[in-house]
Design a protein around this ligand. Structure first.
Ligand code: 13P
Length: 254
């Protein structure tokens, strides 16, 4: 049985005060649910990771980074390594978020190095995949998702891949208010699970969690979570409002 997972990606939002306020409110009100019925994680901007980790201390809410660099250390100005993230208490790391693919220009090859480095260093990667609107319109959703997953997980053994969570985030649904319908999400999620089954084995595919992301709100979480292959949600905008994210956490519990 896959445990539901609600993750908040704060992107380039909050400040030193609001990040800590939000974390404290979540720690106060979501600690019971988190850990027992649902895995809960927040991914603040790098500069607030430590303060947020401190504010969440003692709660069962985990902290994730929004990105990492694959080299262990050295002359990589502006980058953050896996060991730095581990050092300050991170558990998860987003890899290949669509904004990093399409705004910053990350390639599948770079994302694969990040996923591999995360696992090697003991972080749990959340590999984000998903098609652009024109790709969906051209009937290329499965092709794009296959490329993101095959290249993103390239070289990972069966044992290693168990550390990975997949997040299906159709780019046309991110920050647009246009959520994929539960059926659209389920279609892609089962496609991904079957693909993982072919790449690895059925047991691994059945155990891996596949999250949906793209305009998730408290009001649409339950219907998404009612789909058999939707194991959780990766939330952008709505994770910045405590009430909304708390509502999403509650609605994620099956
Ligand atoms: P929104 O929930 O704001 O659409 O963002 C989704 C997302 O990109 C989460 O990583």
């Amino acid at each position: 049985m896959r445990k539901p997972f609600a993750a908040g990606n704060w992107k380039m939002n909050t400040n030193s005060r609001t990040s800590v306020d939000l974390a404290k409110r979540l720690a106060d009100e979501a600690s019971d649910a988190a850990g027992h019925s649902v895995t809960v994680a927040v991914c603040p901007p790098f500069v607030y990771l430590q303060a947020v980790t401190k504010a969440l201390n003692g709660s069962s809410i985990s902290v994730g980074a929004q990105d990492l660099y694959f080299e262990p250390d050295g002359a990589f100005t502006g980058e953050i390594s896996v060991s730095m993230l581990k050092d300050i208490g991170c558990t998860y790391c987003l890899c290949g978020h669509s904004e990093r693919r399409h705004v910053i220009g990350e390639t599948d090859e770079l994302i694969n190095k990040k996923v591999t480095a995360a696992i090697k260093g003991g972080l749990l990667p959340i590999l984000c995949v998903g098609e652009l609107l024109e790709e969906r319109k051209a009937g290329k959703t499965n092709e794009v998702v296959t490329r993101h997953i095959e290249k993103g997980l390239a070289g990972l053994s069966l044992e290693k891949v168990e550390a990975v969570t997949i997040a299906y985030e159709p780019v046309w649904a991110i920050g647009t208010g246009l959520t994929a319908t539960p059926q659209q999400a389920q279609e892609v999620h089962i496609f991904i699970r079957n693909l993982l089954g072919k790449m690895y084995d059925k047991k691994a595919a059945d155990e891996m969690r596949i999250l949906y992301g793209g305009s998730v709100k408290p009001s649409n979480t339950a219907e998404l979570m009612a789909q058999p292959d939707v194991d959780g949600v990766l939330v952008g905008g709505a994770s910045l409002k405590a009430e909304d994210f708390l509502g999403i956490i509650q609605a994620s519990i099956r």
